[in-house]
Ligand binder design. Structure first.
Ligand SMILES: [Zn+2]
Length: 409
């Protein structure tokens, strides 16, 4: 079992130790590692992620510690970047990456304060804690979580941080712990428990690394909340991460405000206004298109020729899309009870729309199919209305001429 120096001093970043076991890379272990007699490196555990750093020998060899894990027997394995292997009995000087550790202490200690704040204010216990690369989160065991509750818990947590309360660590027996009214007792059968106490605010059992005073957390900023299976998930960031995420938000919001030449706070209102305007313009555009289609249908009918007892309307548009051409076709056959319309659209790709007044003897579906199959396109439809697409660059005038021949035949 490795002696864990961080249990007693989370600010110890340099230490000396002896290699007592070498763990070779194998199927389960991607990299080789070493077990030391004692360590200040924190292994992934209880939601907190592992430390990184270096192990140096007296021979000036420096090994990067890329991951730290713990085994069931209580030993801590330091996985090393590939290099000269360290042998059993080697003396090493360990150096923990202080910046990474400080970040983890800020997030983890901030989590204690935040979890306690949710219990104090709303009796919402924390069911689990996750520390990610960007955000951390807790899952609260509750059916409902309101926006005001999030703000209130954030406020209380930041007050406790500003009060710079002491964060003390002590060891007690399990039976002692049970009489102390802890926020959280681990389920594992251990005789000795490590307690982390935030003065007059929180007491819980935890093996992680924590700040010495709450002021070192800096601040806690609550972010997204979402319903999850076991309750509500609350994302948060503490300390320097909180500043970094606020900075990123400010940059994004400033860019948006710049586009509107507005103040930051006015931007959402302007976006809403712009959405309303866009919706109104879309509606106006649709109305205008319908009016245009109606006028176009009347123009086509006025110029229609009569062949074999029914009128024929033939038109290829070079600057119109399928949607508009369909609108025209529908109006042509609605306005006249005895007409066949063969129309073609061109944008974004060429397409054909064939329609006839209800009850006429032709078969537009069959006509579209036969016209397109000869030209490498695809389409179909019913007796009175059919459409289909042509390959890009196809000559729509020629396609309509071909369809006319089919219609006559
Ligand atoms: Zn903790």
């Amino acid at each position: 079992m490795t002696q864990r120096l961080y249990y007693h001093d989370a600010f110890l970043y340099d230490f000396e130790a002896e290699v007592c076991e070498v763990v070779p890379a194998s199927g389960a272990e991607r990299r080789a590692g070493v077990v030391l007699g004692r360590t200040a490196f924190y292994p992934s555990s209880g939601g907190q992620v592992y430390d990184m750093g270096w192990l140096a020998t007296t021979g000036e060899q420096r090994h990067r510690v890329v991951e730290v894990g713990e085994r069931e027997d209580g030993s801590v394995v330091h996985y090393l970047e590939a290099g000269e292997p360290l042998g059993v009995g080697t003396l090493v000087r360990g150096t923990v990456d202080a910046e990474r550790r400080r970040d983890h202490m800020q997030q983890h200690s901030g989590q204690h304060v935040l979890s306690a704040a949710f219990v104090r204010l709303f009796q919402m216990p924390t069911a689990s804690f996750h520390m990610g690369e960007e955000y951390c989160s807790i899952d609260l065991a509750t059916d409902a979580l309101g926006a005001e509750q999030v703000v209130a818990a954030e406020r209380l947590a930041n007050e406790v941080i500003a009060e710079n309360r002491e964060v003390a660590v002590r060891f007690v027996t399990r039976s002692e712990a049970e009489s102390l009214g802890l926020r959280k007792i681990p389920p594992t059968e251990r005789d000795e428990l490590r307690l982390v106490e935030i003065a007059d605010f929180d007491l819980c059992a935890c093996g992680g690394t924590h700040v010495a005073n709450t002021g070192q957390i800096g601040s806690v900023l609550l972010r997204k909340t979402e319903r999850v299976r076991q309750g509500w998930r609350v994302e948060f960031v503490c300390g320097i991460r909180a500043v970094a995420s606020a900075r990123a938000d400010f940059t994004a919001l400033s860019e948006a405000a710049g586009l509107f030449s507005s103040k930051l706070g006015e931007t959402p209102q302007l976006v809403r206004k712009m959405q309303d305007e866009a919706r109104a313009l879309r509606k106006e555009n649709e109305d205008l298109l319908e009016q245009l289609a109606e006028a176009e249908a009347r123009r086509l009918l006025a110029e229609a020729v009569e062949v074999g007892g029914s009128k024929r309307v033939v038109q290829a548009y070079s600057d119109r899309g399928l949607g508009f051409v369909k609108m025209v076709a529908q109006r042509v056959v609605r306005l006249d009870a005895n007409v066949v319309a063969l129309l073609a659209a061109s944008t974004p790709t060429p397409a054909l729309v064939f329609a006839q007044s209800a009850g006429l003897g032709g078969d537009m579906g069959a006509l579209v199919k036969s016209t397109l199959s000869a030209l490498g396109g695809r389409g179909g439809g019913a007796k009175d209305f059919a459409q289909g697409g042509l390959p890009a660059g196809a000559d729509t005038e020629a396609a309509l001429a071909r369809a006319l021949t089919g219609l006559s035949g």
